[in-house]
Ligand binder design. Structure first.
Ligand SMILES: Cc1cc2nc3c(=O)[nH]c(=O)nc-3n(C[C@H](O)[C@H](O)[C@H](O)COP(=O)(O)O)c2cc1C
Length: 464
């Protein structure tokens, strides 16, 4: 009896209808569908009987009133200015898309490309994606502080600008845009030996910035000494010596593009110029490219790079540099734990775990993977040498992951260069802003307010 009652209430639900409910006869436009009411009627309904619609009043169609539309109408004048486009870019990848449209193929590929099959660069970027963040909840994260100390001085963000050569070829504001954007953001800027502005001009352009100088060391010590003295005189507090360049990497895109410095006017480049006129206009109406350390050069990139690199260097040259340079000394291009320890033993204040953005040895170790072992070794050795990391950083979340696994600081190469090519100084500002926003959001979602609260527990490397 009781069961019978239950059964009854399940098959005969009492559904309340709204007052506005209308009755409809079941119909179908599908020629395959049953056409008689007998076929379509639910089993508990008499054939041919019309059924009440169950559409709530709020879902019934009606003609919109002006008062409904008015608050939705937010027509704005479309903005096509560069500033508006930069503002719409919300990731570094968006800036890369803009950069690609605005820059001739040869300089774009010189920046975007890497060595040989570009496996190193691809893996380095993937390494940051193949992680899982492990957030904490219910922490007060109403204010996030991204400030840190690096090599004895404060930096407003845990990231600086990496040294990049030929920067005024990518966009004519080049090193000036990079150093001034870094100065405004309160972060360090590194001028490359192959930079296209002089040490003195950069110091003058960004007098309140923290300027570092990157050196390609040569066994010709007079040549190195002259540069070091100029860097010290111009107020650079840190010297970054790059050591992963015994010879030039095989950058195949440059070979295919016939890339020369400065870009040669060939049929191909002239055609390219026709749909990137702004770049060419800028290029041709500014000072010709000069180098931080060389006088004007004309030739292929590979020839120039080979003339800059010295395959005979050894640790003795590093010792000489340590004695000669009185400021902070950082060695860039460290790819094994042993070498990290060794350069610290030879007096380095810090190491840059880097494979040169994948532009040298292809299938090289990935700095993000190397990081935990270097951190462990330095902790064991009681060493307070700074661990700086670059290669593959395309978002602020990548930076936070690196800091969680033990990096003290990071550097960006392409991330800022995409901004530069997308919009000069304003584009570099935008790249830094994007990274800052990413970092702030990631920290808040992780439940951390200060960088010192980040630990390896915040990151799990997938597949480990
Ligand atoms: C276009 C370009 C030019 C570079 N030139 C130099 C250079 O002159 N000296 C140097 O030490 N590293 C140079 N690098 C390497 C960067 O300093 C940095 O290690 C690398 O860009 C980091 O990888 P990322 O581009 O993925 O951030 C260059 C990188 C790029 C993309």
């Amino acid at each position: 009896m009781w069961l019978d009652h239950m059964h009854y209430s399940v098959v005969q639900p009492q559904i309340p209808y709204s007052e506005a409910a209308v009755t409809q006869t079941v119909e179908s436009n599908n020629p395959e569908a049953p056409t008689t009411p007998r076929d379509t009627a639910p089993p508990n309904q008499a054939p041919g009987m019309s059924i009440p619609s169950r559409i709530p009043a709020a879902l019934k169609r009606r003609i919109p009133k002006y008062s409904d539309l008015a608050p939705l109408m937010q027509f704005k004048k479309p903005e096509f200015s560069r500033a508006a486009k930069l503002q719409r870019a919300s990731t570094i990848w968006d800036l890369r898309d803009m950069a690609k449209r605005r820059t001739p193929q040869a300089p774009f590929d010189y920046t975007d490309g890497a060595a040989e099959a570009e496996i190193t660069l691809r893996r380095a970027r993937e390494a940051f994606l193949d992680i899982e963040f492990r957030p904490g909840i219910l922490r007060n994260v109403s204010s996030i502080d991204l400030g840190t100390d690096i090599l004895g001085e404060p930096s407003r963000l845990p990231v600086g600008i990496a040294p990049t050569g030929f920067t005024r070829m990518m966009q004519s504001e080049g090193e000036y845009a990079g150093s001034q954007a870094a100065e405004a953001a309160g972060i360090p800027y590194t001028l490359s030996t192959m930079g296209t502005a002089s040490i003195e001009d950069v110091a003058e352009a960004a007098p309140n910035g923290r300027n570092w100088f990157q050196l390609y060391l040569w066994t010709d010590r007079d040549r190195s000494l002259e540069l070091i003295e100029r860097a010290a005189k111009a107020g650079n507090d840190t010297l970054m010596v790059t050591v992963d360049t015994a010879v030039a990497g095989a950058r195949l895109r440059d070979v295919r593009n016939g890339m020369t410095i400065p870009p040669a006017l060939t049929l191909k480049t002239v055609l390219d110029a026709s749909y990137r006129p702004a770049w060419w206009f800028n290029f041709l109406t500014h000072e010709p490219l000069t180098f931080a350390s060389l006088s004007r050069y004309t030739g292929t990139v590979a020839d120039l790079i080979n003339s800059m690199f010295d395959p005979t260097l050894t640790f003795e040259d590093l010792d000489w540099l340590r004695e000669t340079w009185k400021g902070k000394l950082v060695v860039k291009g460290i790819q094994t734990v042993d070498d990290a320890r060794k350069v610290v033993d030879h007096g380095a204040d810090g190491v840059v775990l880097s494979n040169h953005g994948g532009r040298q040895l292809d299938r090289a170790p990935i700095p993000f993977h190397l990081l935990p072992a270097v951190k462990e070794a330095f902790t064991k050795d009681n060493s307070d040498a700074a661990i700086i990391l670059d290669t593959g950083i395309m978002s602020g979340a990548d930076i936070i992951a690196a800091l969680a696994l033990g990096a003290d600081f990071t550097l960006i190469g392409r991330a800022y260069l995409y901004g530069l090519m997308a919009g000069g100084r304003a584009g570099v500002d935008r790249a830094i802003q994007i990274l800052e926003k990413d970092m702030t959001r990631t920290m808040a979602l992780l439940g951390v307010s200060k960088l010192s609260e980040l630990t390896p527990d915040h990151v799990r490397i997938l597949g480990k």
